[in-house]
Ligand binder design. Sequence first.
Ligand code: PMP
Length: 412
Amino acid sequence: LCAIAGIWAQAGSALLQIGPLARGKQSIMHRQDLHNALKMLEEQGLRRRRRTLESPQGAHVLVDGKPYIAFASNDYLGLAGHQELIEATQKAVLEWGVGGGASHLVSGHFGAHERLEAALAGFVGQEDALLFSNGYMANLGVVTALVGRGDAIFADKLNHASLNDACVLSRAEFRRFPHNDMDALARQLETTPAKTKLIVADAVYSMDGDVAPIHELVALADRYDAWLLLDDAHGFGVLGPHGRGTLLAFEVSSPRVIYMATLGKAAGVSGAFVAGSAELIEWLVQRARTYIYTTSQPPMLAATLLKSLELIERDDWRRERLQASISQLKAGLAGLKWRLLPSETAIQPLIIGDNGDALRVTEGLRDLGLWVPAIRPPTVAPGTARLRISVSAAHVPDDIDKLCVALQQLAR
Ligand code: PMP
């Protein structure tokens, strides 16, 4: 316990140990140690700051009292502040109250949860689904319920942090393969002695915006008799027919696939779900600790999400507008000294490289009334600091135009 209880702050390439937490009195964390570690982050350009929104999410937001055109959220369909969802929430709060009151297995499982789970399963073409409070917990729950000591996990290097944390927590052997390298994955699967194998991948990578090689992943899971957990946090609502997600975009169906998606991004609210066979879902009800040992998501949110699902399915024009904005952005930034990564999704990363430069570009944009976050190590690899331009169906052509003109100006 002592060995893992130290807090480590990653500052550039150097790891700075700022003190173990649990080794008796002598080792209690000192305030000065934290102060020094924070200072070091500051000096390395790695200290992150929160901005305070004073309006709903949308293309136009108020931040710290100032209006911005925002390319900073995962509200890809522009639903987070949508009038129909606000009205659905008002109705739902009268029907269900504000809190879940208990965990699902005690007394916190409501009709609204039940109906949402059935609707989600049908929407993504799976037998059953289970709601979690958020995507982080869904990933921790599903991985630790399926594998443990003596099993093996094979994970893409660019997977989301919640998947990586889940893999460590599971105590299974945790092997990572280079991003999208299916040959490396096949070699790892070929040589493992483990009986239960789990492949874990983002369906759409959150900092690069590219889509995983879904057919190849499913073929490898089938060939090596492995589970395949696909995290579709950034594909659900955006990709596939009527936004049914990446699996249906690729017309893939396999009993080995476990589908996970979040409900705080394109769906505009909060929460997550895992979908698969009825047996898988019942196993998670029995064994997923982040499902069992936590208060249920407020049922009013589940009721709101039912409405959100209706809008996702109904409004194909939102996905069409999103695609038009993505094309406009790409055309508008062609020839810029900074390059967009090849991405067909709402996540359009503009690689700047140096941490300080990325910050300066972000600040320059902010001065021009545009909000685009800089993403720096350790979230992305050193030397690949970037602007994560997040496009939404809420943007109009003039918003995209303003961003392109501002970036051209800053590049000069
Ligand atoms: N998976 C991926 C790929 C994500 O990008 C995120 C959120 N950034 C999560 C999981 C976690 O989801 P949530 O925000 O609902 O906890």
